[in-house]
Design a protein around this ligand. Structure first.
Ligand code: UT7
Length: 329
């Protein structure tokens, strides 16, 4: 009698990350805009951020993170069947950053594309790769979150320029009979477009010469803050109830690194002590799509996250977009 095919999971086989060398401190920023180290630390938890150097692109950061993840997984670039880059700061309008990274890695020939879901890009990409692996279409995928968000900041706007940094993180997913990604829940609500956006583009026009319409991030920070806290509460509840899990089952919360106060609010909701929460926002700032995979890689390499542990990853960003991934590492 034919046995039913075993269920296939997408399991993390290796992680990697990369931060550009240049570090910008809060004191450095206080020389440019009317702010202070004290204000930034108190309101955001950020002490410093990394900034890509001139000529260093998103694909450079993504390549290095991807290379390290492949090395950690013991997977050759030629084995990658699917390469997705979550980014809202692509090198070029086209080709996609994923195509550029694919060529740099020597993974030529595999399916490669970008996902733009602002800060949620990495989890969106992870959820897509998970579907391909569960369906049996793909056995090995490289998923990267990479950004050079500092390239589109208004350095005279203290409400945004102190928040963001550059960086990239990556995971190699392999088809496995052992449990890996258990669930992903992704959402978007375009009604919130104008609370956090960059209002220029190809079809809408570049508008570089119009006042207030340069290539820059615009954000109504306190409104975003309120929706983010409420939405992240809901998304962690959604992940737990969909899997009939009690909050005590989670070993590590790996949240989007936008603001320490938002992270603390989600941890409180989960009844999790902060020593079970991975925090990198103090040193990285908000690296958008890079934030969760950077935090994951740091937690794996430092030995915090161990094989077999249950991880809850969550994100929130422009769009608005948001979501979670529950996985056994
Ligand atoms: O990854 C995507 C998701 N993004 C987020 O989740 C970001 C969410 N928002 C936030 O993290 C916070 O709203 C901010 C950190 C951006 C701002 O903190 P806040 O506590 O919400 O401050 P606020 O915007 O209500 O501003 C309070 C005051 C204002 O001054 P007045 O009007 O009270 O005189 C601002 O002008 O703080 C002022 N302010 C600053 N002061 C010093 C704003 N930015 C700065 C600054 N330094 N950098």
């Amino acid at each position: 009698m034919t046995q039913p095919a075993p269920r296939v999971f997408a399991r993390i086989a290796g992680t990697g990350s990369f931060l550009p060398e240049t570090v910008l401190s809060n004191d450095d920023l206080a020389k440019r805009v009317d702010t202070s180290d004290e204000w930034i630390r108190e309101r955001t938890g950020i002490h410093q951020r990394h900034v890509a150097s001139a000529g260093q692109t998103t694909s450079d950061l993504a390549f290095e993170a991807g290379r390290r993840a492949l090395e950690a997984a013991g997977v050759a670039a030629s084995e990658v069947q699917l390469l997705i880059v979550g980014t809202t700061t692509p090198d070029l309008i086209f080709p996609s950053t994923a195509c550029i990274v694919q060529h740099k890695l020597g993974a030529n020939g595999c399916m490669a594309f970008d996902v733009n879901a602002a800060c949620s890009g990495f989890l969106y990409a992870l959820s897509i790769a998970d579907q391909f692996i569960r369906a049996g279409t793909v056995k090995t995928a490289l998923v990267i979150g990479a950004e050079t968000l500092t390239r589109m900041l208004d350095w005279s706007d203290r409400g945004t320029c102190v928040l963001f940094g550059d960086g990239a993180g990556a995971v190699v997913l392999k088809a496995d009979e052992e449990t890996g990604i258990i669930s992903t829940h992704m959402h978007a609500d375009g009604a919130y477009q104008k609370l956090l956006w960059n209002p220029v583009g190809v079809s809408a026009g570049f508008k570089l010469d119009e006042e207030n319409a340069g290539v820059r991030v615009l954000m109504t920070g306190n409104e975003v803050f309120k929706v983010a806290v409420k939405t992240l509460d809901a998304v962690v509840e959604e992940a737990l109830s969909a899997n009939e899990l009690d909050r005590s089952a989670i070993d590590w919360l790996i949240p989007h690194q936008a603001n320490l106060r938002i992270i603390q609010a989600t941890a409180k909701r989960l009844n999790m002590p902060m020593d079970r929460v991975v925090v990198t926002v103090d040193r990285h700032g908000n690296t958008s799509s890079g934030s969760v995979p950077l935090a994951l890689d740091e937690a794996v390499r430092s030995g915090k996250v161990q094989r077999g542990q249950l991880l809850l990853l969550e994100v929130f960003g422009g769009g608005f977009t948001w979501g979670s991934a529950l996985l056994r590492y």
